[in-house]
Design a protein around this ligand. Structure first.
Ligand SMILES: Cc1cc2nc3c(=O)[nH]c(=O)nc-3n(C[C@H](O)[C@H](O)[C@H](O)COP(=O)(O)O)c2cc1C
Length: 554
């Protein structure tokens, strides 16, 4: 075990590391500190899971810091584990980025990806305060086994897994590094299996193919726990050739400090909590999994790459991180949704120039963001723009958009009930839907029944014509009644849109006047007028306005 007591060189750090972030979460009331002994193999993830399956509103979710971790064999671990610390909800995600409003998230990503800030090299980084190599890593209880790495889906997963990773690899041709979040299965104190999903073309996979062609092992560093701005870039789809550490620097407004890894030629964030260094074998593969996947089903065993560990380095006071994934919502879906949605909107609005597009929402509960995408349009948007938007949304990423649904601005795209409501009354499936064939299957369970190619359905559920008002009391009546409700001390309300009626275009001043008369109590004033409009010889349920129009035409 080597210890470095020299402080890191280079300019002072101006961005929060994970320890600063945890302190800020604590101050903001966004952290539970769990000092009770918790079994990492059977209890840790299931406990946090309740936060996502226990009817707790998103705004009330917190990060969990486990300080007293044990395992099934009775082992105690010194290092703590943070779960949900990057994106249990939007407030925690904003805290990572130092932002106060969700509206700032998309523009911050767009700027950072367009203008990365090169990292700054330092010596004696904090992440190498402890260095484990050779004999210090091997043997039972050592190496990977000495860290409190949890089982994510007890009862299904084959082993403890690293989940909140930033996996660093380098392009052997260009020298550019990539950083992505990939899961890694513990197999021995010095061996991991790692899943790189061919379908989503992760950067690490693209690099590995090049090393394979060169017949060389691929150097790799797996960062577990790091400054939050760095952690957020791991799951982001950033173009290959743009180094995520530079994007993190742009998000931080300052270069991220990096240092050369101890045993491989890669640069790692100096303030990483734990770095697992090693090589990926170029040709040999091993079974990996089962593991509960973010599409909500268990990924069955597949052949995946092997990582042989050459060194493990960490801060003396390292805090490890793990991410809740599997069935959505989860930290894994929140971390993607908050960045994907505004970036999708920016693409449709600013790159494709779709007029009238207001919002993009990706449905999260159970469906996992990619399958159901809802586009919200301003009133009066031309049909041609709505269809351009639908086609644009289905082609931005190969595997995003299985059902893409256009709705009006009065439909809350985050509310699936409202979207079904729009589909029910504002859409004629024979005329307002299109099927797009030969789509990628994307991220989903592997089943033998699955067709080679998937397809997508585009749905225009916007109003095609004026519609009668929404049948709820007008806003003023609902507001007055709410005041009365509160005065009567009835149970607290949580208003759900729509909670008042509004015009959708098909409404006249005459009907407004009759409704006004009714609430004033003067409804009988119209008695004689109704008698004057009596007709015979017309079918029951004939709309009055067609008779009025006929009369007017005479
Ligand atoms: C918690 C979590 C776990 C993930 N696990 C994997 C994984 O095991 N393999 C994979 O290919 N992608 C995984 N992803 C998705 C990738 O991180 C995502 O596709 C990212 O864009 C990859 O970055 P890259 O394109 O720079 O490689 C995961 C994402 C999250 C949030």
């Amino acid at each position: 075990m080597t210890k470095s007591d020299k402080p890191a060189s280079g300019a002072a750090r101006s961005y929060p590391d994970l320890h600063d972030h945890i302190a800020r979460l604590d101050e903001a009331g966004l952290l539970y500190r769990i000092d009770h002994p918790v079994n990492k193999d059977t209890e840790l993830h299931p406990l946090v899971r309740w936060q996502f399956r226990g009817g707790i509103p998103e705004a009330n979710r917190r990060a969990f810091l486990f300080t007293n971790i044990v395992d099934t064999k009775g082992r105690r671990y010194d290092l703590p584990m943070l779960v949900g610390g990057f994106a249990a909800n939007a407030a925690i995600y904003r805290a990572c980025m130092g932002l106060t409003s969700n509206d700032e998230i998309g523009p911050a990503w767009t700027r950072a990806i367009a203008h990365p800030v090169a990292p700054e090299h330092v010596e004696n980084p904090a992440c190498q305060e402890i260095i484990l190599t050779d004999a210090e890593m091997t043997g039972p209880g050592n190496g990977l086994e000495s860290f409190p790495i949890p089982i994510s889906t007890p009862g299904f997963d084959a082993a403890p897994y690293l989940t909140a990773t930033c996996v660093i690899t380098r392009d052997p041709d260009t020298g550019c590094q990539n950083m992505g979040t990939y899961r890694a299965q513990l197999k021995s104190p010095t061996r991991l299996g790692m899943m790189m999903a061919v379908g989503t073309r992760p950067g690490g996979y693209e690099h590995w193919k090049k090393y394979q062609a060169l017949n060389q092992r691929m150097p790799i560093c797996i960062v577990v726990g790091c400054p939050p701005m760095v952690a957020l870039t791991g799951p982001q789809k950033i173009p290959l050739g743009v180094d995520e550490i530079g994007v993190a620097g742009a998000l931080a407004g300052a270069p991220i400090r990096v240092a050369r890894a101890h045993s491989v030629d890669l640069l790692v964030p100096a303030e990483s909590e734990l770095v697992i260094e090693g090589y990926v074998e170029p040709h040999e593969l091993e079974p990996e999994g089962p593991f509960g996947e973010s599409h909500g089903y268990v990924a069955l065993e597949e052949y995946s790459v092997i990582v042989n560990v050459t060194a493990i380095t960490h801060r003396r006071d390292a805090v490890l991180t793990s991410m809740i994934s599997q069935v959505t919502p989860s930290e894994s879906s929140v971390i993607k949704r908050l960045a994907y949605e505004p970036q999708y909107l920016a693409h449709l609005r600013d790159v494709l120039g779709i007029r009238g597009i207001k919002r993009v929402a990706m449905h999260e509960p159970l469906t996992n963001l990619r399958r159901v995408v809802i586009l919200q349009f301003a009133p009066g948007t031309a049909r041609s723009e709505i269809w351009r938007g639908l086609h644009g949304a289905v082609s931005l990423q190969a595997a995003i958009g299985k059902f893409v649904i256009a709705v009006d601005e009065d439909i809350d795209p985050d509310n699936a009930d409202a979207v079904f409501w729009a589909m029910s009354y504002r859409c004629n499936p024979a005329r307002d839907t299109k099927i797009i064939e030969d789509r990628e299957r994307g991220h989903g369970p592997r089943t033998s029944a699955e067709a080679e190619a998937d397809s997508a359905m585009l749905v225009d559920a916007t109003m095609k014509t004026k519609m009668p008002p929404l049948a709820l009391p007008k806003r003023e009546f609902m507001e007055n009644a709410k005041a009365l409700w509160e005065k009567l001390d009835l149970p607290p309300l949580r208003p759900e849109a729509p909670w008042f009626g509004y015009s959708l275009g098909d409404w006249t001043d005459a009907w407004d006047a009759s409704a006004d008369e009714a609430v004033r109590g003067d409804w009988m004033d119209r008695s004689a007028a109704y008698e004057a409009r009596r007709r015979t010889g017309i079918p029951l349920n004939t709309p009055c306005r067609s008779v009025d129009d006929d009369d007017a035409a005479k």
